[in-house]
Design a protein around this ligand. Structure first.
Ligand code: ZN
Length: 274
């Protein structure tokens, strides 16, 4: 297994607003610029959500296509579309961008509290999403917010709906789900299938930074970006997504980890030849 560290940048998300973070990319044009800056800073996977021009989240295929085409015109980042979408969306709505055959897509592995809201992912919904990703040869990132989600993913593996190599996104610190604590991360990692890749996704400023060190200590990969955290340090907003990527890359290099480039990710995750 390659020791290179994969940096994912989740540059927009569904919940972060311009009021909270003035540098949030919203339109496909802004997303393409933000993605390119993150790529230059060391990110090799773009975790992509899109918005309507008024800033509300959408799973509209046409908007995804426009954003993907614009990113593609600037760099060769691996694009991972969201199928988590936003709170209140139907499964059919959420699944739409997978039909564009991106290289990767997120697959939520269970129902989760999202503060006072929640996102529903029953086993039948997960099976439907996993089957669609298999049909379109899209590699899922298995997002787990709680320990039961890891076990749910193993049911899908057993049923033949998921194929190795597996990539897990361990999303910690969503309000109402598992907290980011280093022993929680370590326990999750120990319960993953043999040889699985994983990326730590700490939500909120402190958890996001702590999760970088946790991932380095435990041999994982890192996600940063405005979806997960808008701050550079306590009370100081990040200038842009790239500033967060740059810091993560610097920390990883200081710890002796080389940074993966998009073609490294394609080889490690055995992505479909485009
Ligand atoms: Zn997302």
């Amino acid at each position: 297994m390659s020791d290179k560290l994969i940096l994912t940048c989740a540059i927009t998300g569904a919940e972060t607003t311009r009021e909270q973070q003035p540098a949030l990319p919203i339109t496909p044009e802004e997303i393409a610029i933000g993605a390119f800056e993150a790529y230059e800073a060391g990110a090799s996977i773009l975790h992509l959500h899109v918005r309507k021009d008024n800033g509300t989240p959408t799973q509209d295929k046409a908007v995804f296509k426009k954003a993907i085409d614009l990113v593609r015109s600037k760099c060769d980042m691996v694009i991972e579309v969201t199928t988590g979408g936003a709170v209140g969306m139907t499964p059919e709505e959420r699944l739409q961008p997978v039909t564009l055959k991106p290289e990767m897509a997120s697959l939520d592995c269970g129902t989760v509290n999202f503060g006072d809201e929640y996102i529903i992912n029953t086993l039948p919904i997960m099976r439907e999403f996993a089957a669609a990703m298999k049909e379109y040869s899209v590699r899922p990132t298995l997002e787990c917010f709680d320990l039961g989600h890891v076990y749910a993913s193993k049911m899908l593996i057993k049923e033949g709906l998921l194929e190795a190599p597996y990539h897990y996104g361990l999303v910690l610190n969503v309000p109402g789900a598992a907290r980011y604590e280093v022993d929680v991360l370590e326990f999750f990692v120990r319960k993953l299938p043999e040889g699985a890749y994983w990326t730590a996704m700490g939500i909120g400023g402190k958890a996001n930074l702590d999760a970088i060190y946790g991932a380095l200590a435990l041999g994982g990969n890192v996600r940063v970006g405005f979806e997960d955290n808008i701050y550079y340090s306590r009370g100081r907003l990040a200038k842009n997504n790239a500033e967060l990527v740059e810091r993560a890359a610097r920390i990883a290099k200081d710890c002796g980890r080389e940074i993966a480039r998009p073609d490294d990710v394609r080889a490690m995750f055995k992505l479909r030849k485009a």
